[in-house]
Design a protein around this ligand. Structure first.
Ligand code: CMX
Length: 433
């Protein structure tokens, strides 16, 4: 990773200087008001975090270091059509599109690190009950890797704050290279015969991840590249990124921080929606058949809502349009599997669900999010074990939150400690205004 490391060293003084200038010259300026509704309503729209790696626009969707998803697909080094995950990490860390050589250099480094998976973690993961949810297993595995943390050692020996980004980067590269094996172990232990597939020295992270899980179809490796690209980062306020950032601000190392982030990702309103979507599509197929009419779908959705359930894969806390991450999965489906029954059902649902949700009159965004499509694509290639899907999300999200972690330490961001108010405080405020 020598080239990426060198680039980061070059970028540091200039980036630190930019932030210092903003702080010195404009620290007192007001960026926006905070309403009572925002305090009660999950801090929606409050700009309170500094995240370098990506920015989410409510109408245009995610931009990774200023590049939209389609731009990443075109510009980042790729195998076949989709970017390799290593290239995405390079982009998120440096803000620059790597050359093929630069991406290759990082790919080699990550592949080498993947070979050094600690034995004791293997033993811990292999000893876990198969009944334990794969996300709990992943979080335990990442926590167990913490014994390897160079960041924790640097803290113990009193390393200067300004230098901590170096060990943060080391830990991040180790975590990103080892988490696919951890996830693959969980997969083969829970759903297969416990034996990991062989990996290739020259393969990218996606191909080797799929090989370890026992998938040998090149199109599946390509789907995994797409999956790992679109789930890696979604600016700083989502639960998994925010949690990782919050825990990291206490100078907990990347393993402690990301294990906490994974626990947030495992929530049904966040990453777990991934598995719920496929369950929903399968339930719908069971109830109204493989090619239902729009009227049948509408009735099914209304019945679901009447029972008090949400429509998984629809809605978003920030987005107000169809998620571009949904769109590129739909394009993948149209390109490779135009006749797939589940993908067709996803497309039919997309024609009806926004209208039904709009009619409720309370849903801020009635359009599909990233989770609405992935299950149907994975099922097409034989990955039907939907309670594993959020683990794939977890493998991908490590790329974004680790890049942010490195920058948070490089910029020596302080411990996060917002203030809270009591209901009496709010009532007093309301009386006075
Ligand atoms: N189906 C039914 N009702 C929905 C809904 C959906 N898909 N999306 C929102 N609503 C409802 C909310 O439950 C809320 O109802 P109440 O006021 O009765 O509690 C109301 O509409 C307003 O909510 P909102 O402002 O539109 O949405 P939030 O910002 O509060 O929540 C989200 C966003 C994603 C949690 C929500 O849309 C949802 O529950 N969606 C389904 C689960 C899902 O797909 N999650 C994955 C998110 C993707 C990610 O993690 O990145």
């Amino acid at each position: 990773f020598a080239t990426m490391h060198k680039r980061l060293v070059d970028l540091l003084p200039e980036t630190r200087d930019r932030l210092a200038k903003i702080r010195r010259g404009h620290g007192n300026k007001v960026l926006g008001p905070i309403t009572v509704e925002q305090i009660i309503g999950g801090m929606r729209g409050i700009k309170g975090l500094l995240t370098q790696t990506s920015r989410l626009d409510a109408f245009k969707g995610i931009k990774f270091r200023g590049l939209s998803l389609p731009e990443c697909q075109i510009r980042l080094p790729s195998v076949r059509r989709e970017p390799i995950p290593e290239a995405m990490f390079y982009l998120l860390i440096t803000g620059e599109v790597p050359s093929n050589d630069e991406a290759e250099d990082l790919k080699k480094d990550i592949a080498e690190r993947a070979q050094t998976f600690p034995n004791y973690v293997e033993k811990i993961v292999n000893s876990l009950s198969k009944d334990l949810h794969p996300m709990s297993q992943l979080s335990i595995g990442v926590l167990a890797l913490q014994n390897e943390s160079e960041f924790a050692q640097a803290i113990r020996r009193g390393e200067k704050r300004g230098n901590l980004w170096q060990s943060a980067l080391e830990d991040s590269l180790n975590l990103i290279s080892r988490i696919p094996k951890l996830a693959a172990m969980i997969y083969v232990n829970k759903y297969r015969d416990g034996k990991l597939g062989e990996i290739r020295e020259n393969a990218d992270l996606s191909e080797n991840f799929c090989r370890m899980m026992g998938y040998h179809d090149e199109k599946f490796w390509e789907l995994m590249r797409l999956y790992l690209t679109i789930h890696c980062d979604h600016e700083g306020g989502n639960v998994s990124a925010h949690t990782t950032h919050l825990v990291g601000s206490a100078l907990s190392d990347p393993y402690l921080s990301y294990s906490a982030g994974l626990n947030g990702l495992a929530g049904p309103l966040h990453g777990l929606a991934n598995q719920e979507c496929l369950r929903f599509i399968l339930g719908m197929k069971e109830a109204i058949g493989e090619s239902p009419s729009e009227i049948d779908i509408e009735k099914y959705l209304k019945d679901t809502l009447a029972k008090g359930f949400v429509i998984p894969g629809y809605g978003h806390a920030v987005l107000r349009v169809t998620d571009p991450r949904f769109v590129c999965q739909m394009e993948f489906a149209q390109r490779y599997m135009p006749n797939d029954v589940l993908c067709k059902l996803v497309a039919s649902l997309y024609k009806v669900a926004p209208r039904v949700l709009k009619d409720l009159g309370k849903v801020s965004n009635p359009y599909p999010n990233v989770d609405a499509h992935s299950g149907a694509l994975l099922t097409h290639f034989g990955m039907t074990e939907y309670d594993f899907y959020t683990v794939l999300f977890g493998v991908s999200r490590a790329i974004g939150v680790c890049a942010s972690f490195v920058w948070s330490r490089a910029l020596a961001l302080p411990i996060i400690r917002p203030a809270s108010v009591t209901m009496e405080n709010l009532e007093e405020f309301v009386r006075k205004t």
